[in-house]
Write a protein that binds this ligand. Structure first.
Ligand code: OKP
Ligand code: ZN
Length: 340
């Protein structure tokens, strides 16, 4: 088992999110990583840094102009004489033009964003890039024969689509790992997203593909973020029809109800006979999470890990959400202990 982490994550800091009408410090904060690293150290596991990867690899799952926008956004912001974090205030909603990318910086910001909760600061691009590198390095470890590899990614990735950011996510780390496994010669890869929030970005990226099965268990979007995707009738299109599967569950779901759905999901996942698995590992299903509404206890995370490990697949685990900061380390380590 390998554990991959980059200290560059801390460059993504200092932004605020629009939360219920107020600008508040982001729930997705650097301290999350400190708690995970402490728990990893307590378990006696050793963390490695990823190597560097060419930006062209990011275009395996993301739009080239979107990548160029992320890379240059804050520099352009500063060139306009501004400072601090960037948040969009207008979006191309229904009936508006989405077929052309506007020229102005603020216009492009809203074009590529889908919420006002994902601030871009000066270090966001470098942190997001390093986070993606962690996922790529974890995929490479699995391609080299490791049974499991954990990428301590921050910022997270599963809300980032082919050409959009939001939900604290800029580059889709799990999708990049899955694509890396495909490019490394594996024919079928499955992505299992257990974060509390629907992995809309991963769904977007693999929507028309049958070589990457996407399964997500999450809070019902009728009431939970990201609201406008994640319903059970979204099943993929074209060649990808049937290769996207969503399992929304109600607020208040506890381990007993969660495990019943998880067992069905794992059975279907195994039937696809993937050659490797990518887990979008959000631990915001925890009962103490400040922005989520499931009721899994800390004791349930080893159970989750055991069930995933029992698939017997080479597995890349990619860190996504988890905002109960003091407990995030133990909850993540609880899952990882089943693999390590
Ligand atoms: C990211 B991940 C804005 C409300 C939106 C975003 C939640 C993103 C969760 N304040 N909150 O899936 O854990
Ligand atoms: Zn989440």
């Amino acid at each position: 088992m390998k554990f991959i982490h980059s200290p560059l994550h801390s460059l993504h800091d200092g932004g605020k999110e629009l939360h219920r009408g107020e600008l508040v410090p982001c729930y997705e904060m650097p301290a999350r990583v400190d708690y995970i690293l402490s728990a990893i150290a307590r378990a006696g596991w050793v963390v490695e840094a990823p190597g560097d990867y060419d930006d062209a690899l990011l275009e395996r799952v993301h739009d080239a102009d979107y990548i160029a926008f992320l890379r240059g956004a804050h520099e352009a912001w500063r060139a306009e004489g501004r400072d601090g974090f960037m948040l969009p205030g207008a979006f191309p909603a229904r009936g508006m033009r989405r077929d052309r990318v506007p020229a102005g910086l603020h216009a492009r910001l809203g074009y590529y964003a889908f919420d006002a909760g994902s601030p871009i600061v000066e270090g966001t691009w470098r942190a997001a890039r390093a986070s993606a590198h962690c996922a790529l390095a974890a995929a490479d470890a699995v391609l080299a024969g490791e049974r499991g590899a954990y990428a301590l990614c921050r910022p997270p990735g599963h809300h980032a689509g082919h050409a959009m950011f939001g939900g604290y996510c800029f580059l889709n780390n799990a999708a990049l790992a899955a694509q890396r496994l495909r490019d490394g010669g594996l024919e079928r890869v499955a992505v299992l997203d257990v974060d509390y929030h629907h992995g809309n970005g991963t769904q977007d990226i693999f929507w028309e593909r049958d070589d990457v099965l996407c399964m997500s268990i999450h809070g019902d979007p009728d009431t939970e973020y990201p609201f406008y995707l994640g319903y059970a009738d979204e099943r993929g299109a074209g060649a990808g029809e049937g290769f996207n599967q969503n399992y929304p569950l109600p607020r208040g779901t506890d381990w007993a109800a969660y495990a019943a759905t998880l067992d069905r999901v794992l059975e279907r996942l195994a039937a696809y006979a993937p050659q490797a698995l990518v887990v979008s590992l959000g631990v915001d299903v925890f009962e103490g999470d400040p922005i989520s509404q499931f009721r899994l206890g800390s004791d349930d995370f080893p159970r989750l890990g055991q069930r995933i490990a029992a698939l017997g697949l080479p597995t890349v685990l990619v860190q996504e959400g988890g905002y109960a900061v003091a407990e995030i380390g133990d909850n993540v380590a609880g899952v990882l202990s089943a693999f390590a």
